[in-house]
Design a protein around this ligand. Sequence first.
Ligand SMILES: Cc1ncc(COP(=O)(O)O)c(C=O)c1O
Length: 362
Amino acid sequence: MIDFRSDTVTKPTAGMKAAMMDAELGDDVFQDDPTTNALQDWAASQLGFEAALFASSGTQTNLLAMMSHCQRGDEVILGQDWHTYRWEGGGAAVLGSIQPQPLTVQADGSLLLADIAAAIKPDDPHFARTRLVVVENTIAGKVLSPEYMASVAQLARQHQLACHIDGARLMNAATRLATEREQDVWQMARQLCQGYDSVSLCLSKGLGAPVGSLLLGSKDVIKRARRLRKMLGGGMRQTGLLAAAGHYALQHQVLRLGDDHKHCQQLAGGMQQLAERYACWQGMLRLQPVQTNILFCDMAPALAGALLPYLKQQGILLSGSNYSHNGTEWHRLRWVCHLDIQAADIARTLELLENFSRLQPS
Ligand SMILES: Cc1ncc(COP(=O)(O)O)c(C=O)c1O
C-alpha cells in the first residue's frame, strides 16, 4: 500500500523500535521519567527555549499553549485556516473560554501584518482582551520565512501580546529554508522560533514517531502548561517508551525530510507532464506549487470520482474533498509524502496515473 493521506501514517522504524525498547522509564507525572526529561531538555536547547513538555498530540500542545498564554475571556488572533482555529474542535473556546479572532490567510500562507494590527482590540471593557497571536508554519505545506516570522513576533511584542507557533511541521519549514539558504537545519529552526513565547512541534508527523508532540517555551509557560496538561487528563506515566521514539526521530529523521520534499516535487512534476500529454486532463487539473512534503491538486469532480477508486484498487490511498470556486466545482486532492514513501512508490504512482490517463476518453 502507498498511503498519501497524511504524514501521520508512518510506522516506527527498526532503529526507533530498538530505542523504545531500551528506554529507561519512570513516572512522568512525578517528572521522574529520565527518557522524557532527556527529550524535553534536548529539544528545548536545540530550539532555543528554556523548557519543554511532552504531550500526547499537536492538538494538545496547541491547546496547552493557548490556555497558558490566555485567561478566560481573552482573545487569540489566528488564521481562518489555521489548525488551531478550524481543526481542533474549538478546544480553546470550549475548554479555555478563549475567544478566537480568525483572519484571512493570504495565498502564501501568511497573515497580513496590517490585518493582525487592526484586529488587536483597544483596552476597553466592550472588547475581549487580545492576548495572543498564533502563526502556523508550515501552513498547508507552505513555508513562512524567518523574516516574516520575526515581523509577527515583533508586532506582538510591540502590543504586549504573546505569540505561539503551531510548528506541527516546523522541521519541514526549516529543512526547506536551510536548503535554500545553505544553512544548518537546526540553526534555521531556532531562527524561525526566535522571539516566540512558545512552539508546538509534532513528533508523529513527518518526523515519524508513533505518538507525541512537544510544547517549548519559558520555564514559566511550561510550568503553567504542565498544570493544564494534568487538568486535561494528559498526564501520562512511563512516557519514556514514547519519548524515546520522539528523541530518536529528532536525532535521526530530521535530515531525511528533504527526501520527502524531493519525492513530492517528483510527483508534482510527473503529474504536470501527464497533464500536458493526455487530453483528459486539459483544463481539468490544477497543481499547486510544492514547497515541502504536501501537494494539493484540484481536478474536475468527475475525474476524481473515477481516479480515487482506481488508485484505491491499486493500493494507493489519498484524501480530498470537494469545493466550489467562482461557480466551478473542484475536487482537491492532498498528497502527503513521508518516511514510508520511497522513490519507487512515486514512480509506481506516476505509472498508475499514466495508465488511468490512457483509459480516459479523449
Ligand atoms: C498544522 C497542524 N497543527 C496541529 C495538528 C494536530 O496534531 P495532532 O493530530 O497530533 O493532534 C495537525 C495535525 O494534522 C496539524 O496539521
